[in-house]
Design a protein around this ligand. Sequence first.
Ligand SMILES: C[S@@+](CC[C@H](N)C(=O)[O-])C[C@H]1O[C@@H](n2cnc3c(N)ncnc32)[C@H](O)[C@@H]1O
Length: 256
Amino acid sequence: MGPVRSELMWQAVVDAVEIAGSGDPLDVLDLGGGTGGDAVRLAQLGHRVTVVDPSPDALASLHRRGVEAGLARPVRAVQGDTNDLLDHVEPASFDLVVCHGVLEHVDDPGFALSTVGTVLRPGGHVSVVVAGRNAAVAARALAGDFVTARTLLGRTADTWDVRSMGPRRFVLDELEGLLAAGGFRPLAANGLRVFADLVPSAIVDTEPGARDALYALERLVRTSPEFSGLSAGLQSIAHLDSEEAPPNPGGNSATL
Ligand SMILES: C[S@@+](CC[C@H](N)C(=O)[O-])C[C@H]1O[C@@H](n2cnc3c(N)ncnc32)[C@H](O)[C@@H]1O
């Protein structure tokens, strides 16, 4: 097993694939897929993967990673973002959209999720991972920065200005509210990295068995609301409600 943090993030992708599919290869869009760590592993499992990301450097790394992995079917890599997604991919063409670590950075997360709804096939799934606000409050307080902890506590995702405040942070209710407004029904919620970002790496890297034990502990508490509310990453896996057409992404986005 690699570093616990990255293994937990990969396992979140695996969890989403298990919920979204029946074992057959899926058409997967990794939106904001970055350097392609997840995308290449998904392609190695036989899925047909597209990455859309605005960073040319990240896409170049993805290309190198795919070549090194000797993929039978390369990942399709497209430079784009949540705003121009429909210029690059067909509507209703994916079974699963993975959107991990992206809504923290976009101007309008509601708009982004509405757009995701348009590229999913009816009944398709989305897996969203966002940074948890409570974890940031706890981390600042534990570091003795009580003023910043209190400031963060008073913020909400919908009033968060990413330009002046840095990456947006969420609580689960906010994320699930955005998903519902985008036409999704949340199916599963997981807390990712409840302890992994807090425990000193000296312990994890040097104590025999610590890495496996931490991984097992994280997997155990991820569905417990008491613990997952404090996790550094919040995952929601949701289903596109095919009874309801998703809202027009060009229209007004949802507010929380
Ligand atoms: C923190 S990285 C996450 C990468 C990857 N999804 C992961 O989980 O490891 C955020 C990624 O989002 C991309 N990004 C930023 N703004 C975006 C947008 N508006 N639409 C799509 N991707 C965006 C960045 O280029 C970067 O690759």
